[in-house]
Design a protein around this ligand. Structure first.
Ligand SMILES: Cc1cc2nc3c(=O)[nH]c(=O)nc-3n(C[C@H](O)[C@H](O)[C@H](O)COP(=O)(O)OP(=O)(O)OC[C@H]3O[C@@H](n4cnc5c(N)ncnc54)[C@H](O)[C@@H]3O)c2cc1C
Length: 388
């Protein structure tokens, strides 16, 4: 129960080699420190550089921009193995580039790409994606942060006013991919701008304290007459909504894999604990009720993994998976909700102790059906795709 079930059609020796190398990285660079980092609500910036030097941050990005060749399954393997750090917060922060950079790579100007992408995937700089606002995250088409085109000293800028909240890596990022309103109401008036830390008029608020993801910083961003050079526009003005929606697909696959790995680690912890913990003179794993819980956990996880790999294979082949990836995320988070809840139950009082192996899994799991689109929003997407 310590290995992922092998699925030969999806993984080849390059994926296996990557898995081994990420696992070593996690064992050497993260696990000895992760409990302290969680308590400190942070982890050293040098970890980005180490992950960058190992080629992990650049996986799947163009080699011309310093990236490492890789397909959807290399990304999945990295996500699965970095989750072995047991800190969803660390994974989310280290991975915030994966939601911030793709729009720049796909739609940004060459100058913007060359300025931002190599610096971030080498781990020298940090990137964040800022869509959610205090007035709401689900209704992306209704964002209120305004960006008005102005000319100052003969140079064109966007003057940005508004705020963002719940932004992963929000405190210490250097580059922010920010959703702004450049046009009229609704989805047709949204653009993406790259805004750099230190731009006058741009400030960050406090590091928000959270139930989950303690090692990750989550921040508010404020823009007050913030002048952003017009060349920082990502893609064509007023087409940002489509870029955001396209970007969500891979984020949702990664959140699916985070949920499945959370389930995997919780199940593994239970499999060991039920053999060693005794009540009434017997290991608790001898009780049928406990066995059946474990069987139910394993069954749901197997189905969830199979669906995720199938969706990943279709994405790899360029097949539209908007409906399926939403289903996979919901199935995976339903599964991880069930498994982490039952894991705490199986551990009894120890399930609630920070020194135990399942407390953090339980807490970190809670965000997964909210971030990257809530369960209800996934259902809305699925129902539209079903023609309802
Ligand atoms: C730790 C953390 C990290 C995050 N990181 C980032 C980040 O890096 N970048 C970023 O931009 N955002 C980030 N977010 C924000 C996240 O994406 C939003 O929290 C999420 O999209 C939900 O938005 P909301 O919190 O405003 O909830 P709301 O949109 O206010 O929704 C509240 C409730 O209403 C439900 N609801 C809303 N609309 C409907 C509907 N049509 N039908 C049925 N139910 C509905 C929702 O499902 C939810 O249950 C992060 C959030 C957290 C907690």
């Amino acid at each position: 129960m310590t290995e992922k079930t092998p699925l030969p059609p999806f993984f080849d020796e390059t994926h296996d080699a990557l898995r081994a190398s990420v696992r070593r990285f996690v064992e050497q660079e993260i696990l000895p420190h992760v409990d302290d980092w969680e308590e400190q609500n942070s982890f050293p910036r040098e970890l980005y550089q180490k992950a960058g030097q190992a080629g992990f941050l650049g996986l799947g990005f163009p080699e011309a921009l310093g990236g490492t060749p890789g397909d959807v399954f290399h990304k999945l393997v990295f996500s699965e193995e970095i989750m072995r750090s047991t800190s969803g917060g660390l994974v989310a922060s280290l991975g915030s580039l994966d939601i911030a950079l793709p729009p720049i790579v796909k739609w940004g100007s060459l100058a913007l790409k060359e300025r931002v992408v190599p610096a971030v995937i080498s781990g020298e700089k940090i990137a964040a994606l800022a869509i959610t606002e205090p007035s709401g995250g689900s209704d992306v088409a209704n964002i209120k942060t305004r960006a008005e085109k102005v000319t100052v000293d003969g140079k064109q800028y966007y003057k940005v006013n508004g705020s963002k909240t719940f932004i992963t890596s929000g405190m210490r990022a250097d580059y922010y991919t920010v959703a702004v309103r450049t046009g009229g109401e609704g989805y047709g008036g949204i653009s993406l701008l790259m805004i750099e830390k230190g731009t006058p008029g741009f400030t960050t608020g406090r590091n928000l304290k959270k139930m989950c993801w303690w090692a990750s910083d989550t921040a508010e961003l404020f823009f007050e007459d913030c002048l952003v050079p017009a060349e920082n526009l990502i893609g064509v003005e007023n087409t940002g909504f489509f870029a955001i929606m396209a970007n969500f697909q891979s984020e949702r696959l990664m959140l699916t894999s985070m949920a499945n790995m959370t389930s995997q680690m919780a199940l593994e912890a239970c499999m060991s604990y039920v053999k060693e913990r005794e009540t009434f003179g017997r290991p608790i794993g001898k009780y049928q009720v406990i066995k059946h819980k474990l069987v139910e956990m394993a069954t749901r996880l197997e189905v969830s993994n199979t669906m995720m790999y199938q969706v990943a294979a279709n994405m790899q082949n360029g097949v539209d998976q908007v409906k399926q990836v939403s289903m996979a995320k919901n199935f995976a988070t339903d599964t991880s909700d069930f498994i982490t809840y039952e894991a705490v139950q199986i551990f009894g009082g120890m399930g609630l102790m920070r020194e135990g192996p399942v407390d953090r899994l339980y807490r970190d799991n809670r965000i997964l059906s909210i971030g990257g689109g809530t369960r209800e929003i996934m259902n809305e997407i699925i129902s539209k795709q079903m023609g309802l």
